[in-house]
Design a protein around this ligand. Structure first.
Ligand code: ROI
Length: 164
């Protein structure tokens, strides 16, 4: 019997602070949209943001992408990791500079706790460079176990985030 794979809406956080960050984000967007089993549904503005964590690194460009996908959470993770690697991502210092960082923020309404994958993404509810772009493309969103996006935003003051 043929069954149609179910499509889930997922949100992906994109970040870069090396080697022409805006270009990294644009080409990552195209690479993600080109994956079989992923279809782009929305893309935020690009944002300029001060580094969270170690300050001895360049500022970031961040954005959020909405997709529908037939991939499982781990398949989606592997597809994003392959794109990170093809953009020259080297996993060196924890919280250090990177050419491309792709994080699964949300996968439908699911809460996932696996060794390699935590969804909702850890820390997303305190990160201005995630919450503001996410709000731009999905203002009504509820974050599983965390509450309404608009309420999380009220507790996340802007500290240098700039829309490009
Ligand atoms: N800081 C900002 N502003 N944007 C990021 O995408 C980002 N990513 C990271 C750390 C190093 C935590 N800081 C960041 O992984």
């Amino acid at each position: 019997m043929h069954t149609t794979p179910t499509k889930v809406i997922a949100y992906i956080g994109l970040g870069s602070n090396l080697e022409n960050p805006s270009e990294q984000i644009h080409s990552a967007r195209a690479a993600i949209a080109a994956v079989t089993g992923i279809a782009e549904q929305g893309f935020s503005s690009l944002y300029h943001s001060a580094p969270m964590g170690p300050q001895d690194q360049p500022d970031y460009v961040n954005a959020v992408m909405a997709v529908t996908t037939e991939l499982s959470p781990l398949e989606l993770l592997r597809a994003l990791q392959a794109i990170e690697n093809s953009h020259g991502r080297v996993r060196a210092e924890r919280w250090g500079a990177r050419t491309l960082d792709l994080d699964i923020l949300l996968y439908g309404e699911q809460v996932i706790e696996l060794p390699d994958l935590t969804i909702p993404h850890i820390g997303m509810t305190e990160r201005e460079f995630v919450l503001y772009p996410l709000h731009e493309i999905a203002p009504q969103l509820d974050i599983p176990n965390k509450g309404k996006l608009v309420e999380l935003l009220e507790h996340c003051p802007l500290a240098g985030l700039k829309r490009l």
